[in-house]
Design a protein around this ligand. Structure first.
Ligand code: WTA
Length: 652
């Protein structure tokens, strides 16, 4: 367990925020839910599965006969897109708004459930015409526009597996993912709007496809009307090709365990993992948690997850959860400061958003911009605010509740992961007296613990590793194409429990405080980044011999990427200046994406290593965070740290 002095201060946090009487009296979930789920968790989830419309109702609940490969509701059949869209139209809610889309330049679109049904039926017919079959994969590389959702649901409708690659990833990152999941069709756009200007996407696809010969079709959505190269025979405009399709399509039901999507996420090795989610259990997890943790009142709430659809938060809480529950959502394309720092609050005011869900990193940015910005807007529609993606520090939590939530709304801090599919640890908004900075306890139906090195549950007041002790419906089923990696990564560290890769402490009441990753994964602005992946990107540069990357604590982004590089011997000193650092940062950006750019790169002569050759990142983190260097006795050469420090003192 890495030491974390900050957490001991956190555990002295004594403020409590129970829901108001009114909120509690009208809440969807009451305290009894815990006992009900504890008594029989399978029956509890079987009951939640009834939130969906099944073509064949499942009679089986959990099948754990071949652990850690779980099956849930395996004899049930359903269609995810039908559950998200058609059934609401059939229930007479076709005119209900599914999305209020707000483009960054200020353009808007209102998409009803009936519109959505037409769009995804056309999309499904287009994919069928292209030869896409159930079980095939389709890559989606898009800005934050409604067509991203149309493309996902068009896939789900015909049983094709979508893999959405975040639009901020580079061509290289995109091609690795396309190759790994063997996608033959790519959906993209000419570009999207970021920070007040069109930002092209299609050129990255063209570059990525140079190494993906199996891709036969690229569907291109027109968003920015930028000059766009279209390759004859391969590239088709979405509005032409999808637009001409019939809006009639009958969805077919698939097995509950039919794959729904793959989402790539950083692991502890350089190669990203394709997290595989299947249909029935995933949708049950999303629908239940979206209803329970956000206290969703589908008829009146206006729900806004301010995240990108390209991450799991977008999949579960912009698309699948809200749609399965027939919710009206807001979707915003751009950045919070475009064209002004009050843009989010203007959106809340305009659409009378009642539930807002976002990441601590952006809350900290708003804090920095000052409370006078949100004060200019009417935020009284808000009745619940949520947080996800990284630990939220108590001060940010308090600010969020006081300034955005008018000291009135519950703050729901939700701990979960790409792998867990939906939220796992969170307060129940109508029940829990929340503590600022703690995600509190596992929600009904989910069972977690904090264990020591040997896998033994730690007593209250102690820290250790966060684990999940029972299977749950929306859990990942495997790493796409690599069952062994699934077993090794999640189920081998401790016996019979899921290892999340996070450190956590239990406080005196047994409430959980998630500390962050204990593996070589960093969390930068709520985005998971692998140290090894960035190290590989750095050493792929001709001038770099060796690299070590650490996540240093950062007041704005949670963690920041700091790299230490050893240059190739022959490089003259005058070529080691600031231009080289810029060149290296840009190199990482083209290899992975702008989000992976190190905040700082330091050139060093040596790296601290153990006798077995393992880089001691802990010591590098001390340097990056400008702390006194910790214990160096396990270093192969204990003078290395002095050398590094002398070296850095000289260069700064
Ligand atoms: C971190 C995002 C503390 C954690 C949904 C986890 C959190 C990783 C919280 C997953 C939270 C997420 N409190 N830490 N409320 N939520 N994390 O896969 O380290 O992008 O393992 O999923 O984010 O990131 P991922």
């Amino acid at each position: 367990m890495p030491e974390n002095p900050a957490i001991d201060n956190l555990l002295n946090e004594t403020r409590r925020f129970p829901p108001s009487k009114d909120f509690a009296a009208n809440a969807n979930v009451t305290e009894e839910a815990y006992a009900e789920a504890d008594a029989d968790f399978e029956a509890f989830w079987a009951k939640q599965a009834r939130r969906l419309t099944w073509e064949t109702e499942p009679t089986q609940n959990l099948d754990w006969s071949n652990p850690p490969f779980a099956k849930w509701f395996a004899d049930g059949k359903l269609n995810a897109a039908y559950n998200c869209v058609d059934r609401h139209v059939e229930a007479g809610k076709g005119d209900k708004v599914a999305y209020y889309f707000e483009g960054e330049p200020g353009d808007t679109r209102t998409i009803t459930y009936a519109d959505l049904k037409d769009e995804i039926s056309r999309g499904a017919n287009a994919l069928i015409e292209l030869g896409v079959k159930a079980g095939d994969t389709v890559a989606i590389y898009m800005p934050m526009i409604p067509e991203t959702i149309f493309a996902m649901l068009s896939c789900a409708r015909i049983g094709a597996i979508h893999t959405v690659v975040f639009g901020g990833f580079s061509a290289d990152a995109l091609s690795t993912r396309i190759q790994d999941c063997n996608a033959k069709v790519v959906v993209t756009a000419d570009g999207g709007y970021r920070r007040g200007a069109p930002s092209a996407l299609k050129p990255a696809v063209d570059k990525a496809l140079e190494s993906c010969p199996d891709v036969h079709t690229v569907l291109v959505v027109e968003r920015t009307k930028q000059d766009t190269h279209m390759q004859d025979g391969r590239d088709k405009w979405w509005h032409d090709y999808v637009g001409k399709q019939s809006s009639e399509h009958t969805p077919e039901a698939f097995d509950a365990e039919h794959p729904l999507y793959v989402m790539y996420t950083s692991g502890t090795t350089g190669k990203p993992k394709g997290i595989l989610h299947t249909t029935g259990g995933y949708l049950v997890g999303c629908a239940y948690t979206h209803w329970a943790l956000f206290d969703l009142k589908a008829d009146t709430d206006i729900f806004w997850t301010a995240a990108d659809v390209g991450w799991v938060t977008g999949h579960s809480y912009i698309v699948y959860g809200p749609l399965a529950n027939g919710t009206t959502s807001v979707m915003y394309e751009g950045t919070p400061e475009t064209p002004h720092r009050g843009r989010w609050w203007e959106i809340v005011q305009k659409y009378k958003v009642t539930i807002l869900y976002c990441a601590p990193t952006v809350i900290r940015t708003f804090m920095k911009w000052g409370e006078e910005v949100p004060a200019r807007f009417d935020l009284t529609s808000l009745r619940l605010i949520g947080s996800v993606g990284e630990p939220i520090n108590p001060e940010a939590w308090i600010w969020y509740r006081r300034v955005i939530g008018a000291d009135r709304t519950p703050v729901v801090d939700t701990w979960w992961q790409t792998e867990t599919g939906s939220s796992m640890i969170a307060p129940l908004p109508g029940v829990t007296a929340a503590k600022p900075g703690s995600a509190m306890r596992a929600i009904p139906g989910i069972f977690t613990d904090v264990v020591d090195d040997t896998g033994k549950s730690v007593p209250n007041g102690s820290g250790g590793y966060l684990v999940v002790t029972k299977p749950w419906p929306s859990m990942l089923r495997t790493v796409y194409g690599d069952d062994q990696r699934y077993v090794d990564t999640y189920w081998s560290r401790f016996k019979d429990v899921y290892f999340a890769g996070d450190g956590a402490k239990k406080d005196g009441d047994g409430d959980v405080w998630v500390l962050g990753r204990v593996d070589d994964v960093m969390n930068v602005s709520g985005h998971r980044m692998s140290t090894t992946e960035i190290e590989s990107a750095l050493v792929s540069h001709v001038k770099v011999a060796e690299a070590a990357v650490v996540g240093a604590t950062d007041a704005d982004t949670g963690q920041a990427i700091v790299a230490f590089v050893i240059l190739r011997g022959e490089l003259p000193e005058e070529e080691q200046g600031p231009e080289l650092i810029t060149e290296l940062r840009n190199h990482v950006s083209t290899q992975i994406g702008p989000i992976a750019k190190p905040r700082q790169i330091m050139v060093v002569q040596e790296l601290p290593k153990t006798r077995s050759g393992k880089i001691m990142r802990r010591l590098l983190r001390d340097i990056a965070e400008k702390r006194e260097i910790g214990d160096v006795t396990t270093l192969a050469d204990s003078t290395v740290m002095d050398l590094i420090q002398e070296n850095l003192a000289k260069s700064t």
